[in-house]
Design a protein around this ligand. Structure first.
Ligand code: HEC
Length: 444
């Protein structure tokens, strides 16, 4: 039943154009007759009013069915519904008055007044309907001075001026997500319109990582393959590019912030991605001293690594910076040591590495090849102990480390000192209790 309701409901956006056409046609012919002081169109006007009323009634039913499919909330939807019902009733009344007026039983002022009220109702309902589908600032968005675009940050001239959220993240959300996630169309209970609503999160809770949340629903959904039911933006809609996915993920991972200048993130990858996104940095090099070009990796090597089960994603086209994960399925026909050994081939190009849930132990971590550019390492739910922390010194650029679900205690805290660049460590479900260890933030 529910599917059937949605099926018919989705005809609403098509059906609504019929009453708009018929009723405006009736109105125009009526005005023309007044001007010409003629009655030549009387029958045609009555016909248009009748068709307009019937199609408006059908549009009301379909609209109601569509609204039951969820995702529409707030004042606009009820204004639109009652506006539609009102316009339909008035159109029916104009038809009755008008067709009986053909034999002049009513003073024509009544028909005229009703006709004006009907057109008023039609315009109001149509406008609210447009606001529901396109957003209430659709018409005025590009208007000079008062339009919402006019208040946006001016484009940055240099890397120093860039604000990550304002210049990069907000425009991505605006282009790819806002059509379904805003205050008057809360799909999944989520609005991505402004910082306040983003902080609130959606039905499944906050988008940013907190002590209670180990993963972000937003990050999970933007990484799903396009065929997946839950992928965002949904199948068939304009998808995110690789760079946009990486930027959204990096922004969420860096913690809740809407004001921070890009350069204060102290993270080469975010800076590089955002700089290229804005056209301020040439891919892989230039602009900022700290963003060095990486050596090219030939495509045969990548093909070979992918065939052996590694999932490799380039963070930005032609940057040779990779996000590498080893899924459990890669262990089906080879042992972990073997597959970890293959990382050697691209070791300086691995920026993010995910080796979680693989049963990795201290000995295997010790054997792992040094990676000079690794910034983010995910080690959750492995068999690591306190000794493992000192083994991480071979990743000199490590900034974010996830150790969730390993057998660690406070005894390993002092070993974090050697990791110069480390900013954030996730230690949820370990035995680590101390809250703060120097400049490193422990998230538990
Ligand atoms: C065509 C409409 C549409 C677009 C565009 C869209 N979404 Fe969604 N989104 C939905 C719907 C519908 C749901 C709820 C249904 C579901 O759970 O799959 C949802 C749910 C979500 C949720 C889960 C909310 C929660 O707390 O359960 C997140 C996160 C999300 N979307 C993020 C995004 C992001 C990020 C973008 C842009 C990159 C985006 N969406 C673009 C329709 C859309």
């Amino acid at each position: 039943m529910e599917d059937l309701a949605i099926f018919f409901g989705r005809f609403h956006p098509i059906l609504v154009h019929l009453p708009i056409g018929f009723l405006i046609m009736a109105f125009l012919m009526w005005g023309f007759q007044k001007w010409k002081k003629s009655h030549a169109f009387d029958q045609a006007i009555a016909f248009c009013l009748l068709m307009g009323t019937i199609s408006a009634a059908l549009a009301c039913v379909a609209g109601y069915l569509l609204s039951t499919s969820g995702g529409y909330e707030g004042a606009l939807i009820s204004q639109h519904m009652w506006g539609g019902i009102f316009t339909t009733l008035v159109a029916g009344l104009v038809y009755v008055v008008f067709s009986s007026n053909l034999s002049s039983r009513w003073p024509s002022a009544i028909a005229s007044t009703l006709m004006m009220v009907m057109i008023g109702g039609l315009s109001f309902t149509g406008h609210i309907g447009g606001s529901l589908t396109h957003g209430s600032d659709f018409l005025t968005e590009y208007a000079p001075i008062f339009g919402s675009r006019a208040n946006q940050l001016p484009p940055p001239a240099s890397m120093e001026e860039v604000v990550l959220y304002g210049h990069v993240i907000q425009p991505i959300l605006q282009e790819k997500c806002i059509s379904c996630h805003r205050s008057d169309k809360l799909k999944g209970g989520l609005s991505l319109k402004n910082p306040e609503s983003i902080r609130k999160g959606g039905e499944s809770g906050p988008l940013f990582l907190t002590s209670a949340k180990e993963t972000s629903e937003l990050i999970r959904r933007i990484h799903l393959p396009e065929s997946n039911e839950e992928v965002m933006p949904p199948k068939g809609k304009s998808q995110l590019t690789e760079a946009e996915i990486a930027l959204l993920e990096a922004w969420i991972m860096a913690g809740e912030d809407f004001e921070k200048p890009l350069l204060s993130y102290g993270n080469d990858t975010i800076q590089n991605l955002a700089g290229s996104y804005l056209g301020l940095v040439k891919n892989g090099s230039g602009g900022n001293e700290s963003i060095g070009a990486l050596a090219a990796i030939d495509s045969m090597t990548l093909v070979q690594l992918r065939e052996s089960g590694l999932v490799i994603r380039e963070l930005l086209a032609d940057s040779y910076r990779y996000d590498v994960s080893i899924p459990q399925t890669a262990l089906a026909n080879q042992d972990l040591g073997n597959i970890l050994g293959k990382l050697e081939l691209i070791k300086d190009n691995i920026i993010w590495l995910n080796v979680s849930d693989l049963g990795l132990d201290n000995a295997q971590l010790a054997n792992l090849t040094p990676m000079n550019n690794l910034e983010k390492l995910r080690l959750e739910r492995n068999k690591l102990t306190d000794k493992s922390i000192s083994l991480l010194a071979k990743f000199p650029k490590l900034q974010v480390l996830n150790l969730y679900g390993n057998d660690l205690t406070d005894a390993c805290l002092s070993d974090f000192q050697q990791l110069q660049k480390l900013e954030k460590v996730y230690v949820w479900q370990t035995k680590i209790t101390a809250k703060q260890a120097g400049k490193v933030e422990l998230v538990s």
